[in-house]
Structures are given as C-alpha cells and as structure tokens.
Design a protein. Sequence first.
Length: 254
Amino acid sequence: MSLLAEETTTTAAEALEVADVAVFPVGSTEQHGPALALGMDHLAAEAFARTATDRDGCVVLPTLPVGVSAHHRQFDGTLYVEPETFEQYVTETLSSLADHGVRKAVVVNGHGGNTDALTRAARRLRDDRIAFAPPWNWWESVEDLAADLFDEAGGHADAMESSLLWYLHEDLVRPEALEAAEAGASEGWGKSVGGAPVGFDTVDFSDSGAVGRPTLADPEKGKQLFEAASERLAALLEWLEARPLEDCWPAPHR
C-alpha cells in the first residue's frame, strides 16, 4: 500500500490506520565474492518487500541493511553487528510500530546469518503480546525450484543468488568475475572433521567467498526465482491479514 519512509506524518497516520500488516525488509552488507555487490542480501529483501506495495492494507518499512555477518569479516567491505544488537533493533523497531497500532508483520529476510536472531525477536514479541512477526527467508520459499534450476549445493554468492541479483540489478553483477568466484568457491557451506564443525568463518572453507557454482547464474532464472518467491510471500501476507490478532498469541496453559 505504501512505503512508510515516503509518507509525511499526516499521511502516515492515514496509512497506518488502515494497515493490517507491515513488511520489514532486513539483510546485510557483506562480501559476496568478486562478482556480486556487497548489498546483495538487503537489496533482495527490499525488492521482495516492495512487491507488497500492491496490496491494500500493507505498509512497507525502511530496509535494515546491516546484519549478523561477522563470519564474513575477513573479506573487505563486510559490515556486521552482534546477534544481540540485531535482535534488539528488530524487536524495538517492531515495538515502535505496534505503538501506532500495527501489530502484525512479516520480516522479509535476505541473509541466513540473521535467522536465529529474527526467530528470537519474533518469539519475544509474541510472548509479550506486542506483535506477531514471523521471519520469511526468500530462498527457503523456492528450494524446490532452485533444485530444478541449478546443479549445486550452494549456500552463498552461488548460482541462485547471482541469478537473482542479475535479474534485479544487472549493473551490480560482474559476469566476467563469475569464473574467478567459482574457482575459489567451496561446493557446500562449512567444513567439518569427524563430524565436528571446524569452519566457523567463510574464509575457512572458501578462498573467493563464494559457495556453490556461480557460473551457472542466469538472469532469466533469477526472474523465475523472484516471481515464484513473490507469490509465496503474497500467500503468507494474505494468511496473516486474515488471521485475527488473538489467534496469533501463544496458546494458554492446559
């Protein structure tokens, strides 16, 4: 329905009065190998969130561009905050929105490292009956499609992410660097020895910062991913709009 940051305080009052659900895009500013822009994650989250402006009763919040990315810190340009800082920021932002009467939200997430903090924030807000704000990871909504489109385990700056950014922001992808990204990439996320995880930072298992097969990227496949994930987000928003707030709170003790 509207982008909150583009409203005035007067028009915001009108927009918030009729809003049933808020959409809060969050992501990161972190390395995505030599071929993709640092803003990949928050740009993707913002693009998905903006699809909600076509919906009556939705208000889109400003994008949170820095997230939980310390595991990428050895690569130039990566910004990060502590998980507790990120969790608190999201919690307080949505609490402030609840003060204006909007107490249902979808947190559109573009970065896997944010997931645990977002889950904790959502639980706190729900337990305190402040807001109901489930996190939505775009890549999880299209896992089956990605498996059909790409022959990779993937995980970061891979064919899936490269394809999506190529479709959304062609000028922020360096196609000539995709081979270098793949040459220094690992096949899958992480590293283990004897069943124990020993790769705590991306640099421990990826020389280029990429994980997967970015040379398989294709902007047309990125379009398919974007359209399919946008449909999944629309379905979630429709469900949440129709759900009474009282049904969103924790069940009582038996």
